[in-house]
Design a protein around this ligand. Structure first.
Ligand SMILES: Cc1cc2nc3c(=O)[nH]c(=O)nc-3n(C[C@H](O)[C@H](O)[C@H](O)COP(=O)(O)O)c2cc1C
Length: 239
């Protein structure tokens, strides 16, 4: 594929087919991503790649946490407080989640992107149950056969996050070029303990994000193309 075509073809994929990803293809994508630039070539990242039984088990465990935590949210305050002490479903993310609304324009873009997605899925804004169910699909990686968890070393401060983002984009573009699909998933940073259960994460590394990887299913949700900002919104005008 022409490179610009790869960039335009990459979209967040939220429905995967059951076609497995063979190890050779997975290795090629990972090797491509290793070509990424990083600050002083520090490469302050590590990946936990879940396939097969591990991917399935992690999906089950994360989904259970999501359902339990959703239940807690619906409880009256006193019970919520008790759950805060006793439940194993409270988020144990390494980075503080952004709670509430995003700052102005970003909140507008977030809402319109979310609404556009629900429209494609035929989910009404007020249909909380259907929205919850769609959210839940994050935790089984939209049925992708591969789930990748991205960790960074915080000793490299903000450059670690920049480098991690570049690595993610390399993974996504390489996968797209090979006919696979991906979805970056911040949602997979909410619970870290299930990943610790299956992988020996080196000390100090922090979970940033996840990535679903597999072959896209023929599904309208995968055609969703949210609006990107115009060039004049990207560029800062001269004084
Ligand atoms: C860091 C990051 C985290 C994301 N987290 C999620 C997520 O948890 N769930 C999800 O469905 N999409 C997630 N996305 C996908 C974005 O919603 C998507 O990139 C955006 O709407 C633009 O659509 P496009 O990727 O098709 O261009 C994430 C993307 C990025 C870059």
């Amino acid at each position: 594929m022409d490179f610009s075509e790869v960039l335009k073809k990459r979209r967040s994929i939220r429905a995967f087919s059951d076609q497995p990803v063979d190890q050779a293809t997975l290795d090629e994508i990972l090797l491509d991503a290793l070509e990424s630039p990083s600050s002083s070539n520090t490469q302050p990242y590590k990946l936990a790649v879940a396939t097969g039984e591990t991917c399935k088990a992690l999906g089950d465990e994360l989904l259970l946490k999501y359902h339990k935590s959703n239940k807690i949210q619906k409880q009256p305050l006193p019970l919520k407080l008790i759950s805060a002490i006793t439940s194993d479903a409270l988020p144990d993310s390494d980075f503080k989640p952004m709670l509430g609304k995003y700052p102005s324009i970003f909140q507008e873009r977030r809402v319109s992107t979310g609404m556009g997605l629900y429209e494609v899925l035929g989910i009404e804004r007020k249909d909380k149950k259907a929205r919850d169910e769609q959210m839940a699909r994050n935790f089984t990686f939209f049925d992708a056969p591969v789930a990748i968890f991205l960790f960074v070393h915080p000793g490299m401060q903000h450059t670690a996050l920049l480098d991690a983002g570049i690595l993610m984009q390399s993974l996504m573009l390489s996968a797209t070029n090979k006919g696979l699909g991906t979805c970056a998933q911040g949602a997979l940073g909410i619970w870290r303990s299930p990943i610790d259960k299956h992988f020996d994460i080196p000390k100090g590394y922090k979970l940033v994000c996840g990535l679903a990887l597999g072959y896209p299913e023929d599904n309208k949700v995968n055609e969703y193309k949210p609006k990107k900002i115009d060039l004049n919104e990207l560029l800062i005008p001269k004084k």
